[in-house]
Design a protein around this ligand. Sequence first.
Ligand SMILES: C[S@@+](CC[C@H](N)C(=O)[O-])C[C@H]1O[C@@H](n2cnc3c(N)ncnc32)[C@H](O)[C@@H]1O
Length: 211
Amino acid sequence: MVTSTSISEEDELPISYLFRDFKDMPKLEQKALKLAKGTVLDVGCGAGSHSLYLQNKGLSVKAIDISAGAIAVAKNRGVKFAELKDLLDETETFDTILLLMNGTGIFQELSEVSTYLKHLKSLLNPGGQILIDSSDIKYMYEDEDGGLWIDTHANYYGELDYYLSYKGEEETPMKWLYLDFDMLYKACQTIELSCDKVMDGDHFDYLARLY
Ligand SMILES: C[S@@+](CC[C@H](N)C(=O)[O-])C[C@H]1O[C@@H](n2cnc3c(N)ncnc32)[C@H](O)[C@@H]1O
């Protein structure tokens, strides 16, 4: 799959990455799976790799995605409860909600963050948790001398347009939000959601736990 963004050149994402098993997952994702408990909602499940791992461990998992192809693939791979559904249309409640592989991307832009967080909060059982990963992509604006070329009058620097193509077929461009931890923390505070950083990843990324 060929990916690019409004601030970066084309890059290749091997299709096999979407079908990764536990040992090939980044440590942030492995940590999130270890923390998952009770009934689980896997938001933006893609091909269902996280759902399958937890389902095989005996947890009750529901996987949702807005891509019909993703849901078909997840079902084909054995995810028992996979549904074509937008996160904002979900109404059941869960003990753990997973949003992985830049989970904040689904929020699309900074102005939408509190809408999504409020909705996610409403889907939590008492004692429940949201496990979400993202990155501080400030480093992508660094020039060779280490200076930053962020335009402080422009929108938040983590708001990108994301382009995908596969074998020449182009996906409709989408908005994709990378949210640094401080911004996520502040957004959680405004809606009375606790937010802890569970761990940092290898490359400006982090895993957060909201509850
Ligand atoms: C980067 S992929 C991650 C896939 C999977 N979680 C993984 O780690 O392999 C993001 C997924 O979120 C889905 N998605 C985007 N917006 C969504 C929404 N509002 N509700 C549910 N799924 C959404 C996309 O269709 C896509 O499959």
